[in-house]
Design a protein around this ligand. Sequence first.
Ligand code: PLP
Length: 455
Amino acid sequence: MQNLRDREKLADWDKSYLWHPFTQMQDWLTEDPVIIERGEGVYLIDIDGNRYLDGIASMWTNIHGHNHPKLNTALKTQLEKIAHSTLLGYSNIPAIELAKKLVEISPSGLNKVFFSDNGSTAVEVALKIAIQYWQHKGQKERTLFLHFDNAYHGDTVGAMSVGGVPAFHNTFKSLLFETIRVSAPETNSDKKKEDNSKLTTDLWLNSVERTLFENKGTVAGIILEPLIQGAGGMLVSPKGFLKGVEELARQHGTLLIVDEVMTGFGRTGRMWACEHEEVSPDILCTAKGLTAGYLPLAATLTTDDIFNAFLGEYRDLKTFFHGHTFTGNPLACAVALENIAIFERENLIEKIQETIQHLHDRLQKFYNLKHVGDIRSCGLAVGIELMKNPKTCDLYPFEEKVGIRVCNAALKRGVILRPLVNTIVLMPPLQITISELDSLLEITYKAIAEVTEQC
Ligand SMILES: Cc1ncc(COP(=O)(O)O)c(C=O)c1O
């Protein structure tokens, strides 16, 4: 616990020196910031000693809880040896062991691992590998990526180019490269899931197929978030869509790139979202949960076919000229290895099935709230969309900040949430207990009721 002067000093310095991401700083400067000092399991503790349930797993990353003894030990043990050495021209033990482990636990066919630092760089690497691959294969006209409305693959320029969230991407249009954007499948709310799935899947696969025909021979790859689009609004794809896209990619001889940055590491109830539909992509991107939310680390996995296309004499210039300074950082790799070891030791994927079922059952109660328009969930990822009038799908005006107000109301009751406009996201650490989950749901329910009853 800090004394009052320390608290004020930190808040003051925050406002004087920090620029927070995805934050309207004019609003921020008028508010009292929550300054986190410690973590314990699913709880975050601020400098005043207040405890908050981390309902968004610290931006969708945390898996086993904060301050986990085994993860801490893995980190400290590695720290005693070395914090960092480069993978450019040299190797290190944790990076080697993690690459092997990732290949073992990933969808079949993915045999090579390229490390980087975050989800966006994992995607940049995937895009650049795909472009260069086709050049080596003598199909230089394959330069376009097919991607979807509402897609979010990160904030770097390449990742934005294959994104589809107007609020995030429109400002930077002049920077983005040419792509082929396809409308995304209509989202599947938990209510509608069963009845419209097949029809929607067919409809949207037809649209992907038509687009591939129209752009014959020019598509370098199809990139998508498997099963659920995250930052675009927690939009769940209809059943069979992912598998269908894989089949179309095969038929049209293009690459399938899956962005498992959010979905990977158990978030959807399987280790990888791809497993739900037995999909084997050509390239897979992972980050966030890779280190259980401890340190920045990302990986882009590829097939032997792709890797082999880059082999050649030094003078052939087939080298993949890409790399980040902290690529394969030993501390991050060591903690990632322990993360995977915990998954295995604790049989975590099986263990969370009960949590997922419980969450799904309890969510139905939210439809009692008259401004809950839609609930979309996939494993332990949930979006509760609030609407002014759910019957007419009338949305709340953006400027009313209903989502933000609900999160503020939850914060007062001890839960940390962050909305996607007026969709309230629940994304707890995977190891949340049933009673902790009940608290999260109860507080979220009350916060939505309190705010939406006034508007
Ligand atoms: C699916 C997906 N891809 C990529 C990213 C970008 O990851 P990062 O913020 O680590 O760059 C995100 C982040 O939310 C994501 O959800």
